[in-house]
Write a protein of this length. Structure first.
Lengths: 368, 389
């Protein structure tokens, strides 16, 4: 959603403004100007570029922009008020985003181009050090690949598990729909960490799952498929992917359910009236209509899964390390802020590119 | 001790210990409930000049608590000294804690606690950064009870900045049911028979210390990165081959008792506790040598309650009091004379070689040298690259 969508159509407003003498004062320009000024001021203060008296002045100026906007609304006529209303309404959101999103982002960017003067230095010096980015790629290329690889496989698995689940609940759930949805959500009452650690016990070498699989003689097959490593599942890539799939399944199933539930079943009847079989009706009617849910579910699963490090931490081994874990380690253990910031930025960039490409293919028109 | 001890099994063994400890505890302390109450009531009025209160941040479960009708060391101290003490078990991890205090101490601002007990290498780092104050040793007469081998250690060459809280060893912990044989050497960790069943500690000096000793390097004098290069290569190869299942903190205890690990690098005190419940768990200081570590009390720069801290250290370095702590935590006490006192409380524990090692054992344990900043950075970078973080 962009500002241009929210603001009144400029062509219309020009038609309506019948007073050419007031051209010099354009309320829309004032509104936009004040909005951008506020954002810029808060970013400057939030990133610590100015401190002390200057910061106080900047904050006063921020307050001033709010007062100016209100003043313009009071002094101006209804026409002015109508024009600056969108900017006034955008202001709280803008303040929030500037202070809690843009300012940290700018700080992160600055850090990623800085150098630590000494190992335990508190502050990194900004010196356009692009070397941090090459370090991020050369030292952590494998972690990036595994992070996205595991997330991608887990996302596909959640689709295969989550879609039928949502389908059954939406179309066959009947009066148990609420209960079944509740059952999907109930695991969320337990902490994410606890649920993941619980898998450690279930998958432990002497735990219930490997014992049963071994007793039933599945071990050679699972070894061939690469799911088991000898007699163990815990601390293998399969366990990491399994953990991700388990933890993110509801994020896939619920949006798909919402999409499916909205579908008018008469459309399926109509398709069948037109000599379409059940499979064809699904492919031509239900599946396309459920795409917005699938799209949302994919984003909700893939993005957090690619930065996740909890599953790797508890279910993986040293050869399955992922990017989220490396970033955490660089930030909190190595105290290497510049490289950690560069890695975070690369991760964000890759995800942004992915989302842009993905939304081009699937479209977000139906996603309101 | 490098992370909290969460293992339920060891907790059970502790409560068993406390039964033994009970009789001696009350007698030794010579304390009664009214005395404690009086102390608590009276202490709030004092203060002034930072003399009468104390804030000690220490590792979890690292001191005998007041439970049931037992009086813990903190309460006994408060009653005896009149100092109002805030003892917090919020020191969970060396690197995490360092990251927390870095922005404050690095900017010359004081932190809240008057005393903390980091592991020796971090003590060394804090000393070289100038982030700790000298201890008021002249106010701690009992500091003379410090074990001879811990005086002027590598991490604190002048001995003016730190007093050890507890010490212990890192060696090989194994589950004999899973290994099928006794383990004696660090080489056993690389036995292909245990592929994917070996654990190593994320505490770099313990894991690398063992491997470097196996490589013939004297870790107590090591000063270059090259000396560790072979050991690092070996660790990396073992990790790539899948020999090493996981790098762990204190959670190795679970993996060891469930059999996920056949063997791992572990800490002596943990294994003493775990072995009470599970006799299959064994601990060995490898033939090639094990590491000895210490967590030591230091005063962060700008700590105000110096007098109270001195009283506390003096109290804990009294062998009678130190024996109470040892009976509960089961690590190697830094205080000479504890063994004689412990005999009165728990004779069985007083002859445990992991609590009171003989000279032959001590000759096989080495504490890691205090690395120069640049060298330490190289070690940390290589180690974290291998552990896969």
């Amino acid at each position: 959603m962009t500002i241009s969508e929210l603001t009144p159509n400029p062509v219309n407003s020009r038609d309506e403004s019948t007073e050419p003498t007031r051209r010099s004062f354009d309320p829309e320009r004032l509104g936009l100007g004040l909005l951008l000024l506020t954002g810029a001021l808060l970013v400057v203060v939030g990133t610590g570029m100015v401190t002390g008296v200057l910061a106080t002045l900047a904050l006063a100026l921020t307050l001033g922009t709010v007062v100016a906007l209100i003043g313009a609304a009071i002094l101006g006529g209804p026409e002015v008020r109508r024009k600056i209303a969108p900017y006034g309404l955008l202001k709280p959101g803008m303040l929030w985003l500037a202070l809690f999103y843009l300012a940290p982002l700018v700080t992160l960017l600055r850090n990623s181009l800085s150098t630590l003067p000494s190992r335990f230095a508190v502050k990194a010096d900004f010196d356009w050090n692009f070397g941090n980015y090459s370090t991020a790629f050369t030292d952590f290329g494998g972690q990036f690949q595994r992070g996205f690889g595991y997330a991608a496989v887990a996302t596909v698995l959640t689709i295969f598990l989550g879609y039928p689940l949502a389908y059954v609940i939406a179309f066959r759930g009947g009066k148990y729909r609420g209960l079944l949805l509740g059952l999907i959500i109930i695991p969320f009452f337990t902490s994410y960490l606890i649920r993941t650690i619980a898998w450690q016990s279930l998958l432990a070498d002497t735990g219930p799952i490997p014992s049963v699989l071994n007793d039933l003689g599945f071990q050679p097959i699972l070894n061939a498929l690469g799911i088991m490593d000898g007699d163990k599942i815990l601390n293998t890539p399969a366990a990491v992917i399994g953990g991700l799939t388990y933890n993110f399944l509801p994020f896939m199933a619920l949006p798909i359910y919402v999409s499916l539930e909205k579908i008018n079943l008469n459309l399926v009847d109509a398709a069948k009236d037109l000599y379409s079989g059940s499979v064809r009706a699904f492919c031509k009617v239900i599946f396309p209509l459920s795409l917005p849910g699938l799209f949302a579910g994919t984003l909700l699963t893939f993005i957090p899964a690619s930065g996740d490090f909890v599953n790797q931490q508890y279910l993986g081994n040293p050869n399955t390390s992922v990017i989220g874990q490396s970033i955490q380690n660089q930030f909190l253990v190595q105290n290497n802020l510049p490289v950690a910031s560069a890695m975070s930025f690369v991760l964000m960039m890759i995800i942004t590119v992915f989302v842009i490409i993905y939304s081009r293919f699937f479209g977000t028109d139906d996603l309101a | 001790m490098n992370s909290p001890n969460n293992d339920p099994l060891s907790r059970m063994s502790l409560s068993r210990r406390r039964l033994f400890a009970r009789a001696g505890m009350m007698g030794a302390a010579g304390m009664s409930l009214p005395a404690i109450l009086a102390a608590c009531g009276g202490s709030s009025g004092g203060g002034g000049g930072g003399g009468n209160s104390l804030f000690f941040e220490n590792w979890p479960e690292y001191i005998d608590p007041s439970e049931d009708d037992l009086t813990g060391t903190v309460e006994r101290f408060m009653a005896a000294s009149g100092v109002e003490m805030n003892y917090a078990e919020t020191y969970n991890d060396n690197v995490e804690y360092f990251a927390k205090i870095q922005p404050l101490l690095g900017n010359g601002k004081p932190i809240d606690p008057d005393l903390i007990a980091p592991t020796s290498w971090l003590v060394g780092r804090l000393i070289s950064l100038g982030w700790v104050d000298k201890l008021p040793i002249d106010l701690v007469p009992n500091a003379a009870n410090l074990r001879a081998d811990l005086q002027k250690p590598a991490w604190d060459p002048t001995g003016e900045y730190s007093l050890p809280w507890q010490t212990g060893f890192a060696g090989i912990a194994y589950n004999i049911e899973a290994t099928g044989r006794e383990l004696k050497s660090t080489e056993d960790l690389f036995d292909p028979a245990f592929k994917g069943k070996i654990g190593m500690l994320t505490e770099m000096r313990d894991t690398m210390g063992l491997l470097m000793l196996a490589d013939g390097v004297d870790i107590s004098t090591v000063s270059t990165f090259d000396a560790a290069a072979t050991a690092f290569d070996r660790l990396e190869a073992a990790k790539n081959d899948g020999q090493i299942r996981r790098f762990t903190g204190n959670d190795y205890l679970n993996d060891l008792s469930t059999g996920n690990f056949a063997a791992c690098v572990g800490w002596s005190g943990d294994v003493v506790q775990l072995a009470v419940e599970n006799p299959n768990i064994r601990f060995a200081i490898p033939e090639e040598g094990g590491t000895s570590w210490a967590d030591a009390m230091v005063m962060p720069k700008g700590a105000v309650n110096r007098d109270a801290a001195a009283k506390w250290m003096d109290f804990c370095y009294d062998p009678v009091q130190a024996a109470q702590i040892t009976a509960w935590v089961q690590y190697v006490s830094p205080v000479a004379g504890v063994q004689a006192e412990l005999e009165k409380i728990d004779p069985e524990l007083a002859v445990n070689p992991l609590l009171f090692p003989d000279d032959a054992t001590l000759a096989r344990t080495f504490s890691f040298a205090n690395l120069e900043e640049g060298v330490e950075a190289e070690y940390d970078a290589r180690f974290s690259a291998i552990t896969g973080a």
